[in-house]
Ligand binder design. Structure first.
Ligand code: XMP
Length: 443
């Protein structure tokens, strides 16, 4: 565990930016929905309440339960968060007479406040709110004002709880970083020793513990967020990660191919699905902006689910494969050539089982390269080449097994194809032993 700042999200467009600013102070933080507050452990050093598109005056205002947080843990409430605290504690929040958006300058700064230390007179702040705090409860102390907004910042008596109506996280609040540092380092007491590198390490480890041997299907959008998620998961679980990248027909020119290419370059196991027609057909004749978004969202989910199901069926239906791989199916010495030869043979065998619909009727099927050579004749030439054995078994758990009675005509075609296509093989045999007394594998 590590010291953490918890950000409670009320839906502000800037929530992610708050997180970024906290991370820039080398402090780990997590964003959680305002109504899904995680367990408050000793590792949580402070809580930031985000802004919101909603108004605290609305009937359906978003109300957090801070009973486990205040006054134990320091709180910095931004915009909606600040208005919520003011209203909750008995103050008055009203619609602003002058809507307060954009640039403003602090005309009063209480530098004795731990939050406002080091802020300069006239410091530029960025406002973005339609409501304003008119009256504060007696426990509140105003620590910052602008010429239009008296309660631009406040602290609460006997608590390390603060509110500001401006946004410290945005670039245009020129000393926003000073204020956030005051809160995160000064008030919450974070050490500031976290780094993104340690995040990668701990996240990969956490993912490995959480996922174990499970398979994961991940939708990639081509954007940074899902790509980072993909790369972290790939580091954690490698080939057990299955990515899906959907072409919705609304990407930039050649983007589908380019993005797929770069994913593969990152060694992500990704399936590209071209669903352009599905999206464009559904969007035909629709002009309403919200409807367009909803259609795109819904079709994306449909396509993703259908693909995820296909992947699931393939994974669930896939025959077991031994840990040591083809090593236990190459009797005698393993060389690169012998591995390659067996891969070719197996590919034909398994491919034919898929094509004939027999793959799912057997529990396991594979080929074995024997350590002997046998005489054959190809054209007018006598050959002295490798023998491969095909094995297919029926079973429920691998503990006992019977040889699968594959149709002769299928076996005949497979044998023909192997001998004709795989150089170095002149004889194919079919293993008709049950387990016990034989085992499924040959080694
Ligand atoms: P046997 O050959 O013992 O195989 O009848 C029963 C099942 O176990 C698989 N198998 C192995 N799996 N490491 C594994 O992970 C091994 O060394 C190994 N040997 C056999 C075999 O493929 C079959 O599914």
């Amino acid at each position: 565990m590590q010291e953490t700042i918890l950000i409670l999200d009320f839906g502000s467009q800037y929530t992610q930016l708050i997180a970024r600013r906290v991370r820039e102070l080398n402090v780990y933080c997590e964003i959680h929905p305002y109504n899904k507050i995680p367990e408050i452990t000793d590792w949580i050093k402070g809580v930031i309440l985000s802004g919101s598109p909603y108004s605290v005056r609305e009937k359906n205002a978003l109300i957090p339960d801070l009973s486990k947080i205040r006054p134990k843990i320091p709180v910095l409430a931004v915009c909606y968060g600040a208005q919520y605290l003011a209203q909750h504690d008995g103050g008055e929040v009203k619609a602003s007479n002058n809507r307060e958006y954009g640039r403003a300058n602090l005309s009063f700064i209480d530098r004795s406040s731990n939050l406002m230390k080091g802020m300069s007179d006239g410091s530029q702040v960025w406002m973005s709110h339609g409501d304003t705090i008119l009256n504060t409860p007696s426990t509140f102390k105003i620590v910052a004002s602008t010429s239009d907004v008296e309660v631009a910042g406040f602290s609460i008596k006997d608590e390390k709880t603060y509110g500001i109506q401006f946004h410290p996280e945005v670039y245009h609040t020129t000393e926003g970083a000073v204020l956030l540092r005051n809160f995160v380092i000064g008030i919450c007491g974070c050490a500031g020793s976290w780094t993104p590198e340690s995040f990668i390490e701990t996240t990969v480890k956490w993912l490995q513990e959480k996922i174990g041997d499970d398979q994961v299907v991940l939708g990639l959008s081509g954007g940074v967020d899902s790509t980072v998620a993909g790369v972290l998961l790939h580091r954690a679980i490698g080939k057990n990660l299955h990515c899906i990248f959907v072409n919705n027909g609304l990407l930039r020119k050649n983007e589908f191919e380019k993005v797929l290419h770069s994913y593969r370059h990152m060694h992500l196991n990704v399936k590209g699905v071209d669903a352009s027609d599905l999206f464009l057909d559904a969007l035909e004749g629709v002009a309403d902006p919200e409807k367009k978004r909803k259609i795109i969202g819904k079709i994306f989910i449909d396509v993703f689910e259908a693909e995820a199901k296909k992947i699931r069926n393939i994974l669930i239906g896939r025959h077991p494969f031994p840990g040591p791989g083809l090593a236990v199916r190459i009797l005698g010495e393993i060389t690169r050539e012998r591995v390659k030869l067996l891969q070719e043979v197996d590919d034909i065998f398994i491919g034919s089982l898929h094509n004939t619909g027999l793959y799912d009727t057997v529990w396991q099927a594979f080929s074995v390269l024997l350590p002997i050579r046998s005489v054959g004749v190809m054209g007018d030439e006598r050959t002295y080449e490798n023998v491969v054995s095909l094995r297919a078994v029926t079973s429920t758990d691998g503990m006992t097994a019977d040889w699968a009675q594959l149709p002769y005509d299928v076996l005949a075609r497979i044998s023909n194809e192997i001998i004709n296509k795989v150089r170095g093989v002149n004889r194919v045999v079919y293993d008709i032993s049950s387990k016990p007394p034989a085992t499924i594998e040959w080694e």
